[in-house]
Write a protein that binds this ligand. Structure first.
Ligand code: 1GP
Length: 254
């Protein structure tokens, strides 16, 4: 039977269980070299593959996803930068609305255009409030979205944005400093948001080591997403996965 990704996320949150998602940018992966990455992820107990990018130039998205699906049962979740990044071969789609921006196209416009196609895809669609936070330098997402990110030290703005997203019906909140961000999101901002929402919280952008992943989980992140750092050093998959999954045990000991 097909796994319901959202129920799985909610159940894990209730059990104080943290998750680790490896982000694959279709532009950066060669379908023929996916085997070792998937093997490393299986061995490390990775929870999800997120697939997508702010700007996907390659045309092999379906191929990448089918290849992953043929190699592993780790669920594949689309994290699309545009409606062209929807593949029916994935398990679920983060239906992102850029609630930190004021660009109507990314709040609702592109959703209207892609709705019939998304519905027909049969994918599990998860409405996600996407909050981009300033990561210290312009990232692809901040440029492409043509929307100002939340200033890194304005916890209240992030908090109110997340609360509004939740009350509007978003089932997930994703806080992102952008791929390759110089500065990942601070624990104090993560804590402010996590303490005031009930839906699962995803955090990513610029996380490069297990310590930061662990601190983010302790601050309240439910899912940690890492892309760039892993592309450079695949051995980090195991280190970060162990760090993320260790947080539940620490909580239970308290
Ligand atoms: C970006 O949250 C993701 O949208 C992950 O960022 O590539 O910096 O890990 P990195």
């Amino acid at each position: 039977m097909k796994m319901n990704i959202y129920s799985d996320l909610v159940e894990k949150k209730l059990n104080l269980q943290k998750s680790f998602a490896v982000l694959l940018d279709p532009d950066a992966v060669d379908p023929s070299s996916l085997n070792s990455l998937v093997d490393l992820s299986e061995a490390a107990g990775v929870d999800y593959f997120f697939v997508g990018g702010s700007l996907v130039l390659s045309t092999h998205l379906d191929e990448v996803i089918r290849k992953i699906k043929s190699l592993t049962r780790i669920p594949v979740v689309l994290f699309p930068g545009s409606p062209s990044q929807v593949s029916r071969f994935a398990d679920a789609l983060l239906y992102l609305s850029l609630i930190s921006g004021r660009n109507p196209e990314l709040l609702i416009g592109q959703h209207v255009v892609s709705a019939p196609f998304v519905k027909k895809s049969g994918l599990e669609v998860i409405p996600t409030g996407y909050i981009v936070v300033d990561g210290g330098a312009p990232t692809t997402v901040s440029y492409i979205s043509n929307a100002a990110p939340v200033p890194a030290d304005k916890n209240d703005i992030a908090l109110c944005t997340a609360m509004a997203g939740e009350m509007l019906g978003m089932k997930l909140i994703y806080m992102d400093a952008g791929s390759g961000a110089k500065n990942p999101i601070t624990e104090s901002m993560i804590r402010s948001v996590a303490e005031n929402i009930e839906v699962p919280l995803i955090v990513g952008g610029g996380i490069t080591d297990p310590e930061k992943a662990c601190l983010n989980c302790r601050a309240g992140a439910d899912v940690i997403v890492v892309g760039n750092a892993i592309e450079k050093a695949p051995s980090l998959i195991k280190e970060i996965s162990d760090a993320v999954h260790s947080v539940k045990c620490e909580n239970l000991k308290m």
